[in-house]
Write a protein that binds this ligand. Structure first.
Ligand code: SF4
Length: 501
């Protein structure tokens, strides 16, 4: 049996940037390394398994090339992992993942499993709808190791494989997920970066505003998993089954960053953690070690307005943390509370300015179409964003992502949801946003798309950008705003207005 296959497992990272981001896909968005796949690969390798990785998202390979590669690797098991360092992106990658599984099931004689955040949120539906033999619910390390062992022994007894969904004599069966392990040193060792096409990854445009021509190479790592909060629009904890946070040791994080710097010459680094700036003991230990090493990194990470501790900012900047993304979401405290974003904000503006005073740039993340939003409250949010005038801003529509409470509400209330998983992408043509208690999905989407242009075309914003980053970056942004996303939802309304005279 050993000679009949070449690797125990090949991981596939699906992605279709052109569809997901439209014209913004090619130039402005990042191409992120699939840290999760690389970390599970390292875990399996450390346990004696042969592993390969194909990153379709980074390499943009065709179906024919994919089949050829898989045939060369001759794996015992194919695992398509629908995961992304942006949690909501798992769902939008499901459509391309579906196609990949279909192609592989037709062309290759091999078992196919699907795992990741979306399949963990909807495991039964995924097994029913997709061309796969197995669905992995949960993190996957223990499931895959046990599944490979069963397949190697030529058995079809999957009853002991934790977190596995499978078909058995025409029935769908599943096994309980393995308990979450706190031993992240074992579960999340230094990732198998050597299995990835490291020259293909590229940072976001804004992350490199200080050096816009140098977005490659790019690294992305976790220092912790999960989030203790439970915002209703967020699906992050679907993979872990409940809110909570577990930490990697600062030593292993430093070891990983050192490898990225020394072997792959990486300076642009994303800390993927949902909330890096939360537990001071954890994040400041990493910061202190990075200050000592002096790698000259360009890091971005997530924080909340209410987790910022001003006295730590100076050292964070020294460690290379040049950007902090803040989930501000809404200007209106009641609307924030309505989605369980329970932060008491004395003064968002003073927190933003305190961060900026230390030379750290701020990415403000805002959301339109939260359940209690009205046109007025969304305008308040846009006004606040323009007043804060952060170095970058992301404007999202609230979406019902599988794994979030909002998805359960949307399904129970029969709200119109996108027909294809790919159209859960914030930027796709077919995207359908959610209505609120007061306004329609069309109003929300139109407001969001207009807000994007108002913010980035605002003369105060452009002047601030030019004074901080130079004329080249200003021109880059002006070029970016020439692209207006096409939206079927909005075209349909235009059409009906035209038809109605
Ligand atoms: S704070 Fe809320 S939105 Fe942010 S990761 Fe945690 S649950 Fe998700």
């Amino acid at each position: 049996m050993r000679d009949s296959y070449g690797a125990d497992i090949v991981f596939i990272n699906p992605g279709d940037r052109k569809y997901i981001y439209q014209e913004l896909g090619s130039d402005y968005s990042a191409i992120e390394p699939p840290f999760w796949i690389a970390a599970i690969s390292a875990y399996l390798r450390n346990n004696g398994y042969d592993v390969a990785v194909i990153d379709i998202n980074a390499e943009s390979i065709t179906s024919e090339e994919l089949v050829r590669k898989v045939e060369q690797i001759k794996p015992l098991l194919i695992a398509v992992i629908v995961y992304s360092s942006q949690p909501s992106a798992s769902t939008q990658n499901m459509t391309i993942a579906e196609n990949i599984c279909k192609v592989l099931k037709e062309a290759v004689v091999c078992k196919v499993a699907m795992g990741g955040l979306h399949p963990s949120a909807l495991p039964e539906q995924t097994l029913k709808e997709e061309a796969v033999d197995f669905v992995i619910e949960g993190e996957g390390q223990y499931t895959l190791m046990s599944l490979i062992d069963v397949l190697k022994s030529n058995s079809t007894n999957f009853a002991q494989v934790p977190g596995l969904w499978y078909h058995d004599s025409g029935e769908i069966k599943n096994n309980p997920v393995a308990p979450l392990s706190d031993n992240l040193c074992e579960l999340l060792p230094v990732a198998a970066w050597d299995l990835l096409p490291m020259d293909k990854y590229k940072a976001h445009n804004w992350h490199c505003f200080d050096n816009i021509e140098h977005r490659v190479p790019y690294g992305a790592i976790y220092t912790s998993l999960g989030c203790p909060y439970g915002c209703i629009f967020c699906c992050i904890n679907a993979l872990y089954g409940k809110p909570g946070i577990r930490f990697r040791s600062p030593e292993i994080v430093l070891k990983e960053i050192t490898l990225l710097v020394e072997k792959y010459n990486i300076h642009n680094l994303k800390i993927i953690d949902e909330l890096f700036v939360l537990n001071k003991k954890h994040y400041m230990a990493i910061v202190d070690m990075l200050v000592q090493r002096g790698y000259g990194l360009n890091i971005w990470a997530y924080a909340r307005v209410d987790t910022i501790e001003p006295e730590n900012l100076k050292r964070m900047k020294l460690a290379g943390i040049n950007w902090l993304a803040l989930g501000i979401e809404s200007a209106n405290p009641e609307i924030r509370d309505g989605v369980s974003k329970r932060m008491r904000l004395k003064d968002i503006k003073s927190v933003v300015r305190t961060i900026q005073d230390e030379g750290i740039r701020v990415i403000g993340n805002y959301m339109f179409g939260l359940p209690d939003d009205t046109l007025d409250s969304m305008q308040e949010t846009l006004d606040m964003s323009m007043d804060l005038n952060c170095e970058f801003a992301n404007f999202y529509c609230a979406m019902a992502y599988p794994g979030s409470k909002l998805y359960e509400i949307a399904v129970s209330k029969n709200w119109q949801l996108p027909k294809r998983w790919a159209d859960y992408s914030q930027h796709s043509y077919e995207m359908i946003s959610l209505p609120t208690k007061h306004i329609s999905a069309v109003e929300v989407l139109k407001f969001r798309d207009d807000a994007f242009h108002k913010y980035f075309e605002n003369p105060s914003y452009l002047m601030m950008i030019e004074s901080k980053f130079g004329i080249r970056v200003r021109k880059h942004i002006e070029e970016m705003t020439k692209t207006r996303l096409k939206r079927r939802l909005l075209e349909e309304v235009d059409l009906s207005l035209n038809t109605n005279g």
